[in-house]
Write a protein that binds this ligand. Structure first.
Ligand SMILES: [Zn+2]
Ligand SMILES: [Zn+2]
Ligand SMILES: [Zn+2]
Length: 209
C-alpha cells in the first residue's frame, strides 16, 4: 500500500446521542496539522486523533459509558492497519468502538449489531423516526433479555426482534406469539424503563402472524 492510499476507519459510540457512526480517515488529513477532530453527525465531538513525534497515534476520546476521557496509543501499523483494534472504556471494560480498515470495522460485531448498520441495511440513516429513542429502547430490551426477563407465555425465551421505523416487535421463535413496543417518543422510553420484564402472549394457533 502506498503512502497516499493510507486510510483508516474509526467507529465510536457518541457520548451525546448514542450513535455508533463510522468515519474514514485519510493520511493526507493529517498534513498541515498534527490533530484531527472526529465529530458525530449530531455535532458532538467524540475524539481527537493526534500524531506524536514518534510516529505513534493517540486517540483521545470522550467515553459514552463513563462520560470520562480516555487515551489510546497506537503504533503506526496499528492505526493504519487492516485489523480491527478495539476502543474500550477502561473503567467499565466495555467496548465503545473500533479502529482499523473499513472492512474490518464494518465486519466487527459491535458495528454489525449497531442500530446505524441496521438502519443502513434497512434503507439509510432516516429509517427510524427517532433513532436515539430506538437505540435506548433496544439497549433496555437487550439488558432485560440478558437477565432472562423477556419471555413468552409458552415458556420460551428465544425471542426475535423485528424493527420498524416507529416500533419494534418481539416475536417468540417457538410459537410466534408477539408483542409490539412503540419506540418513537420520550414516553415510549419512560414506559419501557418502568418495566421489570416483558411477557409475550402465547400464540395459541402456533401460526406465524
Ligand atoms: Zn452524536
Ligand atoms: Zn469510560
Ligand atoms: Zn411462545
Amino acid at each position: 500500500m502506498s503512502l497516499v492510499e493510507k486510510k483508516t476507519t474509526i467507529a465510536l459510540r457518541c457520548p451525546h446521542c448514542g450513535r455508533l457512526e463510522s468515519k474514514e480517515i485519510h493520511v493526507f488529513e493529517f498534513s498541515g496539522g498534527q490533530t484531527l477532530e472526529v465529530e458525530c453527525s449530531c455535532g458532538q465531538q467524540k475524539a481527537i486523533l493526534a500524531r506524536d513525534s514518534m510516529q505513534e497515534y493517540l486517540v483521545h476520546y470522550l467515553c459514552a459509558i463513563c462520560e470520562g476521557e480516555h487515551l489510546l496509543s497506537l503504533k503506526n501499523g496499528e492505526f493504519w492497519g487492516e485489523l480491527a483494534v478495539p476502543i474500550n472504556c477502561p473503567e467499565a471494560s466495555v467496548r465503545i468502538g473500533t479502529i482499523g480498515s473499513q472492512e474490518a470495522v464494518h465486519n466487527d460485531d459491535l458495528y454489525r449489531d449497531s442500530l446505524e448498520s441496521l438502519a443502513e441495511k434497512l434503507g439509510g440513516d432516516d429509517y427510524f423516526s427517532n433513532p436515539a429513542i430506538m437505540l435506548d429502547i433496544l439497549d433496555i430490551l437487550q439488558d432485560m433479555a440478558m437477565r432472562g426477563r423477556v419471555s413468552c407465555m409458552c415458556g420460551s425465551k428465544d425471542i426475535q426482534i423485528d424493527l420498524y421505523p416507529d416500533r419494534l416487535k418481539l416475536v417468540c421463535a417457538e410459537c410466534s406469539g408477539n408483542l409490539t413496543i412503540p419506540a418513537q417518543y420520550e414516553e415510549d422510553l419512560e414506559d419501557i424503563n418502568c418495566r421489570e420484564g416483558l411477557f409475550l402472549a402465547r400464540n395459541i394457533d402456533g401460526l406465524r402472524t
